[in-house]
Design a protein around this ligand. Structure first.
Ligand code: 5GP
Ligand code: MG
Length: 182
């Protein structure tokens, strides 16, 4: 079967490009004249961060941290593990965590706590997709590119069992077992 036939389009390349550009302009304005370090949460945010930084109109530093909470399933394991710390000196700088998806909110809650320990001036959060349906806390991201009510999303860096990350647009997986998680 053609892999793309399992997918329902949710956000087109054009929509993504437009929103990412708008968001980069807002972030650039909010942090002008400040030291900003944008930290991509791997693997899912690698495409989003790459697009975002290229539309920024202020200089930024870039680093990454790797978080895994899903393993190979499309329902959260409930556990989040992180790679070693980034090598960047964050003291006195503004940190903006760049995440692919905000779902239950567990990953970001743990990341914020972790990054606050480095005494940055602030820790902000920018997400490509906010999926509020399954949120377990009252966390609100500072910057949200898209709000999507439900579905298991793939493409634009997002995977299902390491597939689909390369697709330039965002799709919902049809017949996904994420139905069980709702
Ligand atoms: P949270 O800790 O907020 O529940 O989980 C966030 C992480 O789960 C995201 O960074 C992402 O890696 C993964 N995730 C949540 N929803 C989806 C989805 O619809 N598609 C994909 N590919 N990953 C998701
Ligand atoms: Mg992620």
């Amino acid at each position: 079967m053609n892999a793309v036939s399992e997918l329902t389009p949710v956000l087109s390349e054009e929509e993504i490009r437009k929103r990412v550009t708008d968001l980069a302009q807002r972030i650039s304005a909010d942090y002008r004249d400040e030291s900003l370090v944008m930290i991509g949460v791997l693997k899912g945010a690698f495409v989003f961060l790459a697009d975002l930084v290229r539309q920024m109109t202020i200089p930024v530093e870039v680093d990454f941290i790797r978080a895994s909470s899903y393993g190979k399933a499309d329902t959260s394991s409930g556990k989040v593990s992180f790679s070693d710390d980034t090598g960047t000196d964050l003291e006195g700088k503004h940190v903006l965590l760049v995440e692919d998806i905000l779902d239950t909110g567990r990953t970001i809650e743990r990341l914020i706590k972790r990054f606050k320990a480095y005494n940055p001036r602030s820790v902000g959060v920018c997400v490509c997709v906010d999926k509020p349906e399954r949120r377990e806390n009252d966390f609100k991201a500072d910057y949200v590119c898209f709000l999507v009510e439900k579905g298991f999303l793939v493409g634009y860096g997002l995977d299902y069992a390491e597939k689909y990350r390369h697709l330039p647009a965002i799709y919902a997986l049809k017949n996904s077992t994420s139905e069980e998680a709702k």
